[in-house]
Ligand binder design. Structure first.
Ligand code: HAM
Length: 417
């Protein structure tokens, strides 16, 4: 019997993994520039943590979570996102007591049982950023700048930043009533999915993917036009700061995020290089979430971005650059004595940090040269009895094909010059 990976999951093999490593390195570099520190949390948590934060009525919690009972009958869930876990850890370890503002980032696998399609997986990877402890709109904009900086650093230029405000606990309830009133007239013509949402989660009707729904709700009131003064000032300041940093953006009053914890700012970055799953990143402010999870009232803002989607765009429009794995030197050997010498020499050079490779399969000189070529080794040297006796060999530059004599005790300096 042959086993296969689970539908919606993906193996990252050598050849592709170098792109991942390059992206991860770039993310870490940008995070250090913005002064964010990494947090690593477990991939599973108590189910209640996600239900409570993301919201019982969201698609994620109601139909996409990988939830199971462990042997002690406790309900556990593979994390569908990183914010809830980061805040759980923040609260549990009293991180807020050490400094009033905590800037965190994370990278890792997330799990959602969605219908797999291009850009939508069941195990996918996110990098995410959270700033906990400040209600300043500067941090809302910092989130957007971090995401855009990472994309630019990777050579991705084409994207759209969409921003909106989803209001707060003061202005959202009266707006919701207004919206439900407006939806009532068209309710029975809406798609079954939207009909079900009218009472429970009316905001989600607004971002329905159904074209007929969109035509029916073209004129419904939008949250951004019904904000309370505080939310309105905040939203205005976010836009002013974006203008001040020369960041192009569009206000999208129909942007509704699929998680319930947002207050005030919500944003998404989309790319036309992606198909229907065009969101590269999404985030926003969540000023009530820390308290909701049992911490002291503490404002926060963050975003997360899909790494697979980023790599898809990178493959199409970016300039993929890879972590260099090519051996600097491939030592080709003729006999057992040469193999022993090469093994010790390789050990010595690797201790010094040089990428060296040898043959472990007893292959012919010709096959070893072919292997060196396949691995794109920069130099090769063929070692046999003659070379060991004379302590010298011919160092071949695999790119130019040129050969030079080399003293075997001075290989290191020869390949570095
Ligand atoms: P989200 O919008 O659910 O937000 O996910 C963020 C990003 O993760 C998406 O824009 C997309 O790139 C990627 N993503 C989501 N689901 C999938 C999937 N099934 N397959 C591939 N990629 C996917 C959050 O997760 C929030 N925690 C963001 C946040 C952080 N808000 C505040 N802080």
């Amino acid at each position: 019997m042959k086993f296969k990976s689970i539908r919606g999951t993906k193996d990252v093999l050598p050849g592709e993994v170098e792109d991942w490593q390059y992206v991860e390195k770039t993310i870490r570099h940008v995070m250090s520039i913005f002064n964010y520190r990494e947090i690593r949390t477990p991939v599973f948590e108590q189910t209640g943590l996600f239900a409570r934060s993301i919201g019982e009525l969201t698609d994620i919690v109601s139909k996409e979570m990988y939830t199971f009972k462990d042997r002690s009958d406790e309900s556990l869930t593979l994390r569908p996102e990183g914010t809830a876990s980061a805040l759980r850890a923040y609260i549990q370890h009293n991180v807020g007591e050490q400094s009033p503002l905590t800037k965190l980032y994370y990278m890792g696998p997330m799990f959602r049982q969605e219908r797999p399609q291009a850009g939508r997986l069941r195990q996918f990877h996110q990098f995410g950023v959270e700033a906990i402890g400040s209600s300043s709109p500067q941090l809302d904009v910092e989130m957007m700048l971090i995401a855009l900086r990472i994309y630019r650093e990777l050579g991705i230029q084409e994207f759209t930043l969409k921003v909106n405000s989803v209001g707060c606990e003061r202005c959202r309830p009266p707006y919701k009533r207004l919206l439900i009133g407006a939806l009532r007239g068209v309710r029975h013509q809406l798609s079954p999915e939207s009909q079900a949402r009218v009472d429970q989660n009316p905001l989600r009707v607004i971002d329905s993917k159904d074209e007929n729904d969109q035509a029916l709700i073209r004129d419904v009131p939008l949250m951004k036009d019904h904000l309370c003064p505080e939310c309105n000032i905040h939203f205005g300041e976010v836009q002013t700061l974006l203008h001040g940093t020369g960041t192009p953006f569009v206000v999208d009053g129909r942007l509704v995020r699929g998680l319930d914890y947002y207050t005030k700012t919500a944003f998404e970055i989309t790319s036309s290089a992606l198909g229907s799953q065009d969101a590269l990143a999404g985030g926003g402010r969540y000023d009530l979430l820390v308290e909701e999870l049992g911490g002291k009232p503490t404002p926060g803002v963050g975003f997360a971005a899909g790494i697979e989607r980023l790599l898809m765009v990178l493959g199409k429009v970016g300039t993929p650059r890879r972590v260099d794995f090519r051996p600097v030197l491939f030592i080709v050997t003729i006999d057992d004595e040469a193999r022993r010498w090469a093994f010790a020499k390789t050990h010595e050079l690797r201790l010094k940090g040089v990428r060296v490779e040898i043959d472990y399969l007893g292959r012919s000189v010709k096959a070893q040269m072919r292997e060196a070529n396949r691995q794109e080794a920069l130099y090769t040297v063929v070692i046999g009895e003659t070379e060991l006796l004379s302590r010298s060999g011919r160092l071949k530059n695999m790119q130019t094909g040129g050969e030079t004599a080399v003293n075997l005790d001075e290989i290191e300096s020869a390949i570095q010059s």
